[in-house]
Each structure stands twice: as C-alpha cells, then as structure tokens.
Design a protein around this ligand. Structure first.
Ligand code: ZN
Length: 268
C-alpha cells in the first residue's frame, strides 16, 4: 500500500456492502484503515429490504458512510408498490437509491418482475431528487429501454460495469457515470480494461463492490474499502496516467453525483 497521506490521493469507494454480515465484527477497524489510507467516503448500498435498517444504522454512526437503499434485481420478487412507498418515506435520509437494476444472467427473479421493480425505483428517484446506483448484467437492451422511458433526472452510475464498449458508450451518452471495480486488475478481462481505458475520466467512479471482487493480489479474499486504491492504480496504469489524476477525477465525480454535502470528510 503506498503512502496515502497526500490529499491529492484521496479516494471514494463508490460501492461497498458494509452492512453485510462479513463486516459485522471488524467494521470499526476497517473504517480506521480506510481513513488512514485516505479513503474519504464509502457509498453503502443495500441489496434486499432485510439490510435496510443496518445500512441506515451504520451510516448514522459513521459520517463517512453514505447510505443507499433499494431492492436489487435478484430479490425483485419481493417487489410491491407498498415497498416503494416505504422507501419514499426514507428518501430524506439517503444519498442515493440503490442498488437497483436488471440481472438476466442469474435470473433469480422473473424478468417481468425485475423490470417492474427497476422502473418503479427509477420513477421514485425522479420524484425524490436522488441519484441511482444501477446493476446491469446481460440485460443491456431492456435496461436502456427503461432508462430512456423514465429518464435519469438526478444522475446515476452503472456500477461494476463489465459490458461491451458499445453499451458503455450508450450509458455515457445518457449522462451516466461508469463504476469500475477490482476486476480491472484481473489479467484476462478485456471488456473491463477497455472501459477503464476509454471512459472519459470525468465519468469514471472507482468501487470495491466488497465483500466481492477483491483486486489482485487479494483475489478471492474478502474485499475491504482500502483496496479501492488498487483499482485506481490499475486504471492509471492502463491509461498511462498519473495516479493523482485518477484519484482527483473519480473523487470529484463521486462528490458531484452524490453531493459534496453528503460527505463532510471530503473537504471539497
Ligand atoms: Zn453491489
């Protein structure tokens, strides 16, 4: 780990599931480590409704954690209009709606329900003034259709983006940010390397997606906020750019998307 005392090396982990059970025992230690390594904030998206309380609870205790709530595509079968009403009431406490989206790879919820769930969350984001954190796997056409129909009114990110560049270009045309994870350090993932090389720096976010997808040299282990720096380093190397350039751009992007007021520790 490089010496990260320099303000120009501040990073934001734009996506990490710190409410999950695997982080319960040592969350305070991990946040200390993150602070030491200049990770100013972490965006903590819920996945299912069971994790909503824990996301709100830890982000109330730690000002560097930005809460996002939503129902992810795997659990879309839980979707009801009442659930959206419940979420709406919580919106004043949130930095974003997420994670939401479509996953036609695992198909853990029926596709028509995934689509209804995704569209209802997009509509809520529009009404509530919040950005969206989106997941899309092997569902790009339906995903784009929903976004074009409803619109992204307060910004959004396609997190853990692994799609073909032709789709990433369409996301960019729609004004979205692109989230890159530690997968960019995996040697064979050409699609992710291409995204990291070609995406304008002004639209790039870095994320761990922990506890999953730990970067090389920690592949297969539990991911942690401080590891987001390996992603930034890999992106800088692929682009032949300075690490400070990647850090400053991605941190400014996160502040723009989620609102600088959301994270006092950013000091922007
Ligand atoms: Zn996630």
């Amino acid at each position: 780990m490089p010496n990260c005392g320099d303000r120009s090396l501040v990073l934001v982990d734009s996506h990490i599931h710190l409410a999950e059970e695997v982080y319960r025992d040592d969350l305070d230690d991990l946040l200390q480590e993150a602070k030491r390594d200049n990770i100013a904030c972490m965006v903590v998206p819920a996945t299912d409704t069971a994790s909503w309380d824990r996301v709100l609870d830890i982000s109330k205790k730690h000002q560097e954690l930005l809460p996002a709530l939503g129902l992810q595509p795997h659990d879309a079968k839980e979707y009801t209009p009442e659930l959206i009403d419940r979420l709406q009431a919580l919106c004043p406490h949130l930095a974003a709606i997420g994670e939401i989206g479509l996953d036609f790879h695992y198909d853990l919820s029926p596709r028509p329900i995934q689509i209804d769930n995704f569209r209802a969350h997009l509509d809520l984001a529009k009404r509530s003034g919040l950005p969206v954190i989106m997941h899309c796997r092997e569902a790009e056409d339906e995903f784009l259709r929903a976004i074009r129909d409803i619109g992204i009114h307060h910004g959004g990110v396609v997190h853990c983006c692994t799609c073909e560049w032709s789709y990433a270009e369409q996301f960019l045309e729609l004004g979205l940010y692109i989230g890159v994870t530690g997968m960019v350090t995996f040697p064979k993932l050409k699609t992710v390397h291409t995204i990291a090389e070609r995406c304008p720096l002004s639209r790039l976010l870095v994320e761990t997606d922990g506890p999953y997808l730990a970067p090389v040299p920690f592949r297969g282990k539990r991911n942690r906020p401080a590891y987001v720096r390996y992603t930034a380093q890999a992106i800088a190397a692929l682009r032949h750019a300075e690490l400070t350039e990647v850090c400053q751009a991605t941190t400014a992007n996160a502040a723009r998307l989620f609102g600088p007021a959301q994270c006092p520790s950013l000091n922007l």
